[in-house]
Design a protein around this ligand. Structure first.
Ligand SMILES: [Zn+2]
Length: 544
């Protein structure tokens, strides 16, 4: 016993040491708000009277949180939050990539070996965490805490799966093609009774015929209605109010509107509360995990842009949804018994406009220019083309071309010079040349985003404020760059073990999983985030 004393004395001098087992929270909650840019917390602050107000007043707010990598999109962001690692390590480099083995584009969670299990109309698209190359916090929790339950919900498979990882009790998403909530065999062999009961009792189709009106008096909105460049979904104009109506009934047009309305977030919030009850999350003698990916700020933001009244309102209504969630957690679990993190998977750029001198760049134009340069140099290939795939300006080369180019730096330079002539293109990165040790921050950001077998040979970087997208994309605005508007996101910790305050030290979404793991006493080796120990309450009693 005496020999332990020096060790304990050293521990007493450390800034923070783990909470005693009895003091640890019994529920981890991660909330990721898709496309919620960091500045929204202050830009829309006049609307906060519920969830965001509580989080800002009583949580630990990391005001400089930022993703460090280039491809700021949904799959990469959720996997980063879920695992505490960067895309180069967890492997979810972007929403979609070209699979060189099968010769086709695949979604990051697509998995034919995990057939869908649907709560509505049949669907053919299976999904799993098979391509996620490291365990999530939730995976570690299941390993280390017998009986731990893992529940994750989102409108998007890549959000629910990025938070849950490789297994879970409820891993649920909305399948757009089937217009139905779905999971897969990776997570359940049949519909989960607690979820089925909720969906049967209150199907989302009940929203048919309802009207999306402003939550607050019109005069309190800073963003104008019907702004320049908005692209409302089928059946809506750019002006409030928006009626959720199908062409005939609860059809594809209605589902498209519902996904792009505050109702989608409110629905997930209510489902989460009902599952806290059904599973007794945080109310048993173990630690549970609840992950929610709220998607409506993103689905609305893509069509109406970040400066729209629609985004301002969907964020305001999320304030109510978060408030109800926190109230329910406080009542059922107790504030000291859960620890919550709120962040986003990425931000967003304004709708490009002549006003700020920006516009749209088509990935196809970049592809065509690269093909042209390579044909000029190597001739027309016997079959197919030099560039075999283009995923939002990530260009994949045929194996033979790839080989030739690797020994031909002059050709790489001429490709880069030719593409840089396209209006709106900042530069084209050649991925074999990427290094996380580079003095160039863009090269480092691209290296952290890349897994050689999954990324393109060339990555196109648009100029600041320009939108790089597919020629036929319906998006008015998007994200995916290493610019601050895409990288900067909220990061708030709240609840048991957390000290309130504002913190201006460096922070990133990679820090969420290791910090939560430390609060609940779970081992999380090989993470790339840091422990946000300035926000942690020091242990009060001696270690037990
Ligand atoms: Zn998005």
């Amino acid at each position: 016993m005496r020999r332990l004393i020096p060790a304990l004395m050293i521990a007493a001098f450390l800034w923070w040491r783990p909470l005693a087992a009895a003091d640890r929270p019994r529920l981890v909650v991660i909330v990721v708000v898709d496309q919620f840019r960091a500045d929204y917390l202050s830009t829309f602050a006049s609307h906060w009277r519920s969830g965001f107000k509580t989080l800002l007043a009583e949580g630990a707010n990391f005001r400089r949180a930022q993703y460090p990598y280039l491809h700021t999109d949904t799959c990469a962001g959720h996997a980063t939050v879920g695992t505490g690692t960067l895309p180069r390590t967890h492997g979810m480099v972007s929403d979609t990539w070209w699979d060189r083995d099968t010769g086709r584009q695949i979604g990051c969670t697509e998995d034919e070996a995990a057939p869908p299990v649907t709560y509505g109309r049949p669907t053919t698209v299976g999904a799993s965490g098979r391509r996620l190359m490291v365990p999530t916090l939730a995976d570690r929790l299941r390993e280390q805490r017998p009986g731990a339950r893992v529940v994750t919900l989102s409108l998007k498979a890549r959000s629910a799966i990025g938070l849950a990882g490789h297994a879970g009790d409820v891993v649920l998403w909305f399948e757009d093609a089937a217009m139905a909530f779905t999971t897969s065999r990776a997570y359940a062999s049949a519909p989960v009774p607690a979820v089925k009961e909720f969906i049967d009792r209150s199907p989302y189709e009940k929203g048919l015929g309802t009207i999306w009106t402003l939550r607050d008096p019109a005069g309190t909105y800073r963003n104008r209605d019907a702004g320049v460049g908005e692209r409302p979904p089928a059946g809506w104009s750019a002006l409030f109010p928006h009626e959720l109506k199908g062409v005939k009934d609860a059809d594809a047009q209605f589902a498209g509107q519902w996904r792009r309305s505050p109702q989608a977030d409110a629905y997930l919030g209510r489902l989460a509360i009902s599952l806290i009850d059904a599973y007794g999350l945080g109310q048993r003698n173990t630690t549970d995990f609840l992950g929610i990916g709220f998607s409506a700020v993103d689905t609305v933001g893509h069509l109406f842009g970040p400066d729209s009244r629609e985004v301002e309102d969907v964020a305001s209504r999320l304030d109510d949804t978060l408030g109800a969630l926190i109230e329910s957690l406080d009542a059922k679990v107790g504030r000291a018994n859960y620890v919550l993190a709120l962040s986003a998977d990425h931000g967003v750029a304004a709708i490009p406009s002549a006003v700020n001198g920006s516009g749209r760049v088509a990935g196809e134009d970049v592809r065509d220019r690269v093909e042209e340069v390579l044909r000029g140099r190597y001739g027309v290939p016997k079959t197919g083309s030099h560039v075999v795939s283009n995923v939002e300006g990530d260009l994949y080369l045929a194996a033979a071309t790839q080989m030739r180019l690797s020994g031909d730096p002059a050709a790489v330079r001429s490709v880069q010079a030719a593409v840089a002539m396209i209006p709106g293109v900042q530069q084209v990165l050649y991925t074999p040349g990427l290094s996380d040790k580079s003095p160039d921050p863009i090269v480092r950001a691209a290296a952290w985003s890349s897994v050689a077998s999954r990324n393109g040979d060339f990555i196109t970087l648009p100029k600041r404020d320009w939108l790089l997208t597919g020629r036929n994309s319906v998006n008015a605005a998007s994200h995916g760059t290493p610019y601050d508007y895409d990288q900067r996101v909220p990061l708030i910790l709240f609840g048991g073990g957390i000290r309130r305050g504002s913190f201006d030290g460096p922070a990133a979404p990679t820090d969420i999983a290791p910090t939560l793991a430390a609060v609940i006493g779970i081992d999380m080796p090989k993470v790339e985030g840091r422990l946000l120990n300035e926000a942690l309450v020091a242990a009060t009693s001696s270690t037990r």
